[in-house]
Write a protein that binds this ligand. Structure first.
Ligand SMILES: NC(=O)C1=CN([C@@H]2O[C@H](COP(=O)(O)OP(=O)(O)OC[C@H]3O[C@@H](n4cnc5c(N)ncnc54)[C@H](O)[C@@H]3O)[C@@H](O)[C@H]2O)C=CC1
Ligand SMILES: O=C(CO)COP(=O)(O)O
Length: 368
């Protein structure tokens, strides 16, 4: 077994969200000797977790350490929040605004803990990235130090200590380094960076392409088609991300091509599974009801469509997924339309806007 590495003082961490990823990261941090608390909105889940050290809603085969304490369903008190070194948010993007709005009064006037976000999505109503949601709810100073952890990292494999690597990024180099020190282990390698907009877009968009890859498999397409989809999706997400104002290189990182590759090639991915079942002819409503966990790509497809329409960027694969999910189009027919598009230049980024990122950085009081 790979040895532990200690990076200085051990931290007190409160994890918001007790689903697959929240409880998996709680487990990882406890395993690295941090003191871990995990908040859930479900009183039954809290009781069960503290009594049996198992999560009734996720990773059911895994036994958690007794030292992880579940708290809730009441929202954590100001006293508890103020006593933490780290707040880790592992809830779907649609729940982030509500959670941060409830949290803000507990942060006022006190020491600000390290804030780390692991959700991968775009808020549907506002098309906002999490960086913007943080600025709206907690203010630009907190957004500037917020940190994002993203990359190819299935919860199920992390709890088995399968060697895994992630991108850890923030507009603040110092905070990205602190978050990396918190998580880094030989089996959980962290690589730091400073492009949270690119990393957030990559994490959100790869879920849309994972639906596409799953759908292709469900329709009976094989390996050549998957390789084509992954490569063309990488070109598409780089084009969209660069037009948004992110660095194109970010799409070559763990949070970019790494996570795209993982989720487009495995049925462990919930987004891939949604696509696969759609390709097999199941209805979206039924799939969502029976999935038992969040597939962020379903809602992100809507936000992404609005963003690419605003930017005027070509995103044929994502548009095809939007049509199948929300316009009632037949998956096979829509796939055939994509295959019949005229040929184009392979490295055509056709980028000039960058306006959304400029707007967001201005909101934070930063020059882009
Ligand atoms: N499962 C995985 O392997 C990975 C997941 N992620 C991302 O982490 C985020 C969470 O995913 P999972 O834990 O897998 O989902 P999940 O569906 O297993 O759990 C989500 C948790 O968030 C809670 N929640 C939902 N809305 C909430 C709200 N408004 N307020 C408070 N709590 C709320 C749910 O009750 C549940 O405990 C997603 O954005 C996902 O894309 C990222 C990397 C890997
Ligand atoms: O993001 C993930 C792994 O990196 C998990 O993907 P799914 O949400 O599609 O399961």
């Amino acid at each position: 077994m790979l040895p532990h590495q200690n990076h200085g003082k051990k931290s007190k961490v409160l994890v918001f969200g007790a689903g697959n990823f929240g409880s998996c990261l709680a487990d990882h941090l406890e395993d690295s000797s941090h003191s871990v608390y995990m908040w859930s909105r479900s009183g039954d889940q809290v009781k069960y977790f503290n009594q049996y050290h198992r999560n009734p809603e996720a990773l059911q085969d895994h036994e958690f350490a007794e030292s992880i304490t579940a708290v809730g369903p009441e929202f954590p008190s100001a006293e508890m929040v103020q006593s933490m070194d780290v707040l880790l948010f592992a809830i779907p993007t649609e729940g982030v605004r509500e959670t941060l709005t409830a949290l803000k009064p507990t942060l006022d006037g006190g020491r600000i803990p390290l804030l780390i976000f692991v959700n991968k999505g775009i808020e549907i109503k506002t098309r906002a990235l999490t960086l913007e949601i943080i600025a709206d709810t907690c203010g630009p100073e907190i957004a500037k130090i917020a940190t994002f952890l993203s990359g190819p990292s299935f919860a199920k494999e992390i709890v088995k200590r399968q060697p895994t690597s992630v991108s850890v990024v923030s507009l603040s180099k110092e905070h990205a380094q602190q978050a990396s020190d918190l998580f880094h282990q030989p089996w959980f390698r962290c690589y730091t960076g400073d492009d949270p907009i690119g990393v957030e877009l990559a994490g959100a968009l790869k879920n849309v392409y994972a639906i596409a890859a799953g759908m292709a498999a469900g329709l009976g397409f094989e390996n050549n088609t998957r390789a084509m989809l992954i490569t063309r999706s990488l070109a598409e997400m780089t084009r969209v991300g660069t037009a948004y104002g992110a660095s194109p290189l970010t799409f070559l990182t763990l949070a970019g091509v790494g996570d795209l590759f993982l989720t487009c090639s495995s049925s462990t991915s919930r987004n891939y599974t949604v696509g696969y079942r759609l390709g097999k002819g199941e209805q979206l409503d039924h799939i969502i009801k029976t999935l038992g966990s969040v597939a962020e790509g379903v809602t992100t497809t809507k936000g992404m469509k609005a963003i690419v329409d605003e930017l005027g960027v070509a995103a044929p694969i994502a548009s095809g997924i939007y049509d199948v999910l929300y316009e009632g189009r037949d998956a096979e027919e829509r796939a055939n339309e994509l295959l019949s598009l005229p040929p184009m230049g392979e490295l055509d980024l056709s980028v000039e806007s960058g306006k959304p990122a400029k707007r967001l950085l201005e909101k934070l009081g930063l020059q882009s």
